[in-house]
Design a protein around this ligand. Structure first.
Ligand code: ADE
Length: 234
């Protein structure tokens, strides 16, 4: 899958692309992330990408011309593709959306900045508008990384078989993962539940399903972490 990211701050993606699951996905040839700084499509000596809003008001608005030019140049070279605009006004991102986007051969992601984007970018180009949550960040770059990370791990061959199978069960059930433990068995008085050391796989699966359901319920009720999760077991 090839992802084109339109951003005024492509440098923000450096560490992200060189680390994380995305590096693995790139090394395996499952994903190719191309950064496009749409400032390079801006006209004039100063390559201006933003301007004051008509009608007055604080902040600057991203001009339409460089974004239109960048989209057209990308599609002239790579063909038409699905386009995503990251905006707090978009539809909330969920696992089903990640799954749908991960099946596409190509994707364009526009990262907004500043106070906003000229409305003609929204009305004159077709976008799927996506939000990563009900809060406002200073730009779409971090949301784009969220989107790309979520897509990369769904691409065939990126995760190991066991992890993929596990992921499948979570994403369909919408459930939350069960608690996991590794060594030591006793850490500062907090011990690993006996069932996990029992070797009884049926019992372990039953315990995990119960714990996942309990976590899921806690999350729905907004009660946060489970009561005993922080307290040492004496
Ligand atoms: N840009 C700024 N805030 C955002 C958010 N919450 N989701 C997507 N894009 C954004």
């Amino acid at each position: 899958m090839r992802i084109h990211v339109l951003s005024l701050f492509p440098g923000i993606f450096d560490g992200f692309l060189q680390g994380s699951i995305v590096r693995i996905a790139r090394e395996k040839g499952a994903i190719d992330v191309e950064l496009c700084d749409f400032r390079s499509f801006a006209a004039g000596r100063h390559a201006t990408v933003d301007d004051r809003p008509f009608g007055g008001g604080p902040g600057m608005v991203l001009k339409p011309e460089p974004i239109f030019a960048a989209v057209e140049a990308l599609e002239d070279t790579h063909g038409p593709m699905h386009r995503v605009m990251l905006t707090p006004a978009g539809r909330p991102l969920d696992q089903a959306t990640l799954r749908r986007l991960s099946a596409l051969p190509q994707l364009m992601i526009l990262c907004g900045r500043y106070e906003g984007i000229d409305e003609r970018v929204r009305s004159g180009i077709e976008w799927e508008e996506i939000s990563i949550g009900d809060y406002v960040l200073s730009g779409g770059e971090v949301p784009a990384m969220v989107l790309i990370d979520g897509i990369a791990r769904l691409l065939p061959g990126v995760l190991g078989d066991a992890e993929s199978a596990e992921l499948e069960s979570f994403s369909t059930a919408g459930a939350v993962d069960h608690p996991q433990y590794t060594r030591p068995r006793d850490f500062r008085g907090m011990t690993v539940p006996d069932v996990l050391l029992s070797g009884d796989h049926a019992k372990i699966e039953e315990w995990r399903a119960q714990e996942a359901a309990r976590r899921s319920e806690h999350r729905t009720l907004g009660t946060g972490t489970s009561p005993q999760s922080c307290a040492p077991q004496m």
